[in-house]
Design a protein around this ligand. Structure first.
Ligand SMILES: Cc1cc2nc3c(=O)[nH]c(=O)nc-3n(C[C@H](O)[C@H](O)[C@H](O)COP(=O)(O)OP(=O)(O)OC[C@H]3O[C@@H](n4cnc5c(N)ncnc54)[C@H](O)[C@@H]3O)c2cc1C
Length: 293
């Protein structure tokens, strides 16, 4: 292995100051489940690593009144899976996190690493996009907030500028009578990455669909919203037939490529099928929520 410097700050501000002081060529290290493999394969060759594992302010899940739930970038995916706050208030994010790798991987892998690695197949991104989350970013010129819809730029590329780090994501409180669900297709049951992933959140109002958000993973260079399918549902009385049509519309909107894990045609078929299934599950959940009120 080649030599690189290793620094371990205690605060996010210190991490940003270190990135600025040391200049280009550095990398932030979270759980290392993506980055260390890239270093071993010589795909990444950082001059120095800034280890975030001692930055406790990034490892918190907070309930922020009037804003929603804040999940820090260093929160491990296993902690997300087991969080009672997220299980009660944003199950779709738990749906995504619990599918990643194995327990051993989830004990190391972080939310921030999954998002900042920006793999099109990442399992935590589509649920957060469907949930309308915002990225909170810290850089040399201070903090900024960006809708997660705009965070991803391309495979392995985000809007983070040099010297910036992801503090975490802010997930707004879902309106009452909402339900959400994330599903993916993998040839193997576990330890495999998504050929297609679909997240959906539906909100009901007087028996109608007041709002729908559908996000697709692994069918475009970045996670994408299926906006035409969403528009078909908003303001309508839901039915199995309409949900099937929305699935077909989402498949039309997807921009998949063919690769070793599946052809573009197969991926479109999966988008139609998984969108239909996620919407049906989200609808059921929303109806249960509505009946409790
Ligand atoms: C066996 C195995 C199975 C896997 N299965 C899945 C799967 O099913 N689904 C899936 O989605 N992924 C899977 N992964 C990929 C990986 O585990 C996840 O993407 C994980 O969440 C990455 O988090 P990490 O903390 O390990 O990130 P790291 O590897 O530490 O970092 C990843 C990237 O993010 C950057 N980064 C990290 N934190 C920040 C921050 N706060 N601000 C800015 N940049 C940051 C790093 O610099 C690096 O470029 C798998 C990996 C392995 C090895």
């Amino acid at each position: 292995m080649y030599k690189f410097d290793f620094v371990a700050p205690r605060t996010a501000a210190e991490a940003v100051a270190l990135l600025q002081e040391r200049g280009p060529g550095g990398k932030l290290l979270a759980g290392g489940t993506d980055l260390l493999l890239q270093i071993k394969a010589r795909v990444a060759k950082p001059a120095y690593l800034v280890d975030l594992s001692h930055v406790s302010e990034l490892a918190r899940i907070e309930d922020r009144p009037d804003e929603g739930l804040f999940v820090g970038s260093m929160v491990r995916l296993r902690a997300i899976q087991l969080s009672s706050l997220l299980n009660e208030r944003c199950r779709i994010v738990v749906d995504g996190a619990k599918l990643v790798g194995s327990i051993q991987i989830r004990n190391l892998a972080t939310l921030g690493g999954n998002l900042c690695n920006a793999a099109p197949s990442a399992d935590v991104a589509p649920p957060l996009v469907a949930a309308g989350a915002c990225a909170e970013i810290l850089g040399p010129s201070g903090r900024r907030r960006v809708p997660l819809d705009d965070f991803f730029v391309g495979p392995r590329r985000t809007i983070l500028a040099p010297g910036e780090l992801l503090l975490g994501v802010l997930i707004p409180e879902a309106p009452p009578r909402s339900g959400g669900n994330y599903l993916r297709h993998t040839p193997r049951k576990e330890m495999d990455i998504a050929v297609v992933g679909v997240g959906a959140i539906l909100t009901l109002e007087d028996g109608y669909c007041a709002a729908a958000r559908i996000s697709l993973g692994a069918v475009a260079p970045t996670p994408m919203r299926a906006r035409q399918a969403e528009a078909m549902l908003a303001g309508q009385r839901l039915s199995a037939g309409l949900i099937k049509e929305a699935g077909e519309a989402a498949a039309e909107e997807a921009r998949p490529i063919s690769d070793v894990r599946g052809s573009a045609e197969f991926r479109r078929h999966l988008v139609a099928e998984l969108t239909q299934r996620t919407l049906t599950a989200a609808w059921e959940q929303a109806k249960q929520e509505a009946s409790r009120r």
